[in-house]
Ligand binder design. Structure first.
Ligand SMILES: Nc1ncnc2c1ncn2[C@@H]1O[C@H](COP(=O)(O)OP(=O)(O)OP(=O)(O)O)[C@@H](O)[C@H]1O
Ligand SMILES: [Mg+2]
Length: 700
């Protein structure tokens, strides 16, 4: 096959119109004669005077035929022919040898074997030569035409294939876009609907005519269900919301648009919060405009409402905490007076009237119970002084398990799932113990017919925006969970369980302070808490407490528990500073009972005056929160500066001073929490007076 030359057109085949014929002869006359003989053919005759010249032409273009003289200077005809045949591009070019001398068979044979298609003797008959050349040129043109046709067909075929492929790709892309859009639309918590108002019934609105497919994911019902039962939508609106919803919707007939919110019972039986919004589509008719169709959307806003309710719940509990904390503070001051005075009466009555002693004792019991309650309230209000120390939580749970096993009824099994590699907490052990006890008691109370309590611990790391504990700051925690298989809590109980005094237990069985204390403690400790509960299946209370990395902070104060009261040494004087008259009077009497000389002052300025007047106290016993712009911490700093060696003991009914003191205090000294027992006061004073000297805190 003769290949097209390098000059290819857009369709990939030669665009030359005339076939070329290469005439090779070293004799110009012969070349001229050949040219003349072929002059009537529609060809380009290209002349070459040597084999080398011929080869050069062959490099540049394709020929339909070569007329090749055998006897050439340099490369002879045979050699040129064999070189032509060696080149892929010219391999099939027909060659006709021309020879005037070699007329025997040997030369014919050599010529044919060198690739000739013919062997013509010179002088050649022009007519014969022309017709031979014409055959080959014709053949060349035909094959070139054939090639052109094939190329066109191939091109069309390629185009077709490419067009098909492109169309298919475009179709696939479109399909993907549609699928995605479908998926997005299907997953949107919104469904479209329309109501035909043509035949409005007397009692209000007819059911929806058309409902979009997305209703399936929103409601659990297929769209068809609404077409089959036009009353379906209305029948599942919460009974408390139904009449309002219908009235507002009916009013929309007049106003033209509506936005209503109501609860709607989905197929799974759960109520969803639905935002129902729509407009009237009016049609012109008989001169007046009349409502024809109502088009609206149902949007599921349950998640949003839930989040809002949770936030409101947290805010409510925080507000309650502030209120409770304020009341508890005042209570503590009053209780300090009551308990202190009762204690004094008790000591003076020791040998006296037994009946009176019993009455005083009962009053004391009542006051002490009040004090306990106040402590619990302060815990909820996050205003309790915490005595943080490193705690091995698993060890604590194991210790408590013995008590649980002994005290829980046989029907209740108690189990643990404790992580082996559990980290350490730096917390107030007593608080964590009371927390666990409260949770176990709650679990027991929720399982009147028995069941299983499981206490679990594990390390947990919280990242940004945790789904389970959204309010917990990112960080490392210990996760403590107490799960039971009891009655569970309905949502309205679960929502209020952290509120102080909220209880579902009968009078005398619960105060409703257990979970509120736990809540306050967990929050104060920088942790988080959640309730997972399902009616009839059980409850799991899950708590996060920050895992400790650094060393344990110093305990705020350690108080002795034994009621032995170390007395004053001879001549020891206390400067007592307290703004509450009742409390000051009671404290002064107690101090005198213990053998101290007492100098009293109602505020800081008065105390400094006493010092200026020449009082020489051994110890300053001062309240923290006082009127007059100078608190107990400031007073201690000034007084110690004036009287180096003066010992200090702080007291407060406001326990958060104990928490804040690390920032404010310049004179390091213990803080006695009001209300305090006599022995606590006696021991704390003795403890300070027996110290070498009051230390100044180096770094404020
Ligand atoms: N594990 C539980 N299972 C079911 N309901 C619970 C559970 N824990 C708490 N509750 C519910 O939460 C309410 C409040 O609990 P909380 O511990 O604060 O108070 P209480 O147990 O009623 O009283 P208190 O703990 O002060 O004796 C309970 O009355 C109860 O209805
Ligand atoms: Mg409880």
């Amino acid at each position: 096959m003769i290949a097209g030359n390098g000059d290819t057109g857009a369709l990939g085949f030669g665009t030359e119109t005339r076939a070329s014929v290469l005439l090779v002869d070293d004799d110009p006359h012969n070349l001229f004669a050949l040219e003349q003989a072929l002059s009537t053919l529609d060809i380009d005759a290209v002349k070459a005077a040597s084999g080398e010249a011929a080869l050069r032409h062959l490099l540049k273009r394709d020929f339909a035929l070569i007329l090749l003289d055998v006897h050439l200077p340099g490369l002879n005809g045979y050699e040129v022919a064999s070189m032509v045949r060696q080149r892929e591009r010219n391999r099939n070019v027909p060659i006709i040898f021309l020879s005037g001398v070699d007329k025997d068979d040997v030369h014919f044979f050599r010529g044919y074997s060198a690739g000739a298609v013919d062997y013509v003797l010179k002088p050649a008959d022009p007519v014969v030569l022309r017709s031979k050349v014409a055959v080959f040129v014709d053949l060349f043109n035909k094959s070139r035409e054939l090639q052109r046709q094939v190329a066109i067909k191939q091109k069309l075929l390629d185009d077709n294939i490419r067009a098909n492929a492109e169309r298919r790709m475009a179709e696939e892309a479109l399909q993907r876009v549609e699928e995605r859009r479908g998926a997005i639309v299907r997953s949107l918590p919104v469904a479209l609907y329309s109501v035909d108002l043509a035949n409005t019934e007397s009692d209000g609105l007819p059911g929806p005519q058309f409902v979009g497919d997305t209703i399936q994911s929103l409601s659990g019902f297929p769209a068809q269900a609404f077409a089959d039962a036009p009353d379906l939508w209305r029948s599942r609106i919460h009974p408390d919301d139904l009449s309002r919803a219908l009235t507002e919707k009916a009013a929309a007939l007049a106003s033209g648009a509506f936005t209503i919110e109501y609860r709607w019972k989905a197929a799974d039986g759960e109520y969803r919060h639905i935002l129902d919004q729509g407009v009237l589509v009016r049609a012109a008719g008989n001169g007046a405009t009349s409502a024809r169709e109502l088009v609206g959307t149902w949007l599921d806003i349950t998640d949003r409402r839930k989040a809002e309710q949770q936030l409101a719940q947290v805010q409510k509990i925080d507000a309650l905490g502030q209120l409770t904390g304020g009341i508890a503070h005042d209570f503590n001051n009053m209780l300090a007076v009551i308990i202190g005075n009762l204690e004094r009466v008790q000591t003076q009555l020791q040998t006296g009237d037994a009946k009176l002693a019993m009455r005083v004792d009962m009053a004391m019991q009542g006051a002490l119970r009040c004090s306990d309650l106040t402590r619990q309230l302060l815990a909820f209000a996050r205003r309790q002084p915490l005595q943080a120390a490193p705690l091995d939580v698993n060890g604590m749970v194991r210790d408590m398990m013995q008590m649980f096993h002994r005290t829980l009824e046989d029907e209740i099994a108690i189990d643990t799932k404790l992580a082996a590699d559990l980290g350490t907490l730096v917390v107030d052990r007593a608080q964590v113990e009371s927390m666990l006890l409260n949770l176990v008691v709650n679990a027991r109370d929720a399982m009147p017919d028995g069941g299983t309590i499981t206490i679990g611990t594990e390390n947990l790391t919280i990242g940004d925006g945790d789904r389970v504990f959204p309010e917990a700051a990112p960080g490392d925690y210990i996760h403590l969970a107490v799960a039971d298989t009891g009655t569970g809590m309905p949502p309205e109980v679960r929502d209020r369980a952290f509120e102080p005094f909220f209880t579902t237990k009968e009078l005398g069985r619960g105060t409703g302070l257990g979970l509120s204390m736990i809540y306050g403690f967990v929050k104060q400790s920088g942790g988080a808490i959640r309730i997972d509960s399902e009616v009839g299946r059980g409850t799991s209370i899950r708590i996060l407490l920050p895992r400790s990395a650094g060393p344990a902070p110093k305990p705020v104060l350690t108080l002795a528990e034994e009621a032995d009261c170390p007395p004053a040494r001879a001549g020891e004087t206390v400067l007592l500073v307290e703004d509450d008259h009742g409390v000051r009077q009671m404290a002064a009497e107690e101090l005198r009972d213990l053998g101290y000389t007492v100098v009293e002052a109602p505020h800081a300025a008065a105390a400094l005056e006493r010092l200026d007047e020449g009082a020489t106290p051994d110890i300053l016993f001062t309240d923290i929160a006082m009127p007059g712009g100078m608190n107990g911490f400031d007073l201690a700093a000034t007084a110690v500066a004036e009287r180096p060696g003066l010992r200090v003991l702080y007291t407060s009914a406001y326990p958060e001073f104990a928490l804040a003191r690390s920032k404010q205090v310049r004179i390091e000294a213990p803080l006695l929490q009001k209300p305090y027992y006599r022995h606590e006061l006696a021991r704390a004073l003795r403890g300070q007076l027996d110290q070498p000297a009051t230390r100044e805190v180096t770094a404020p």
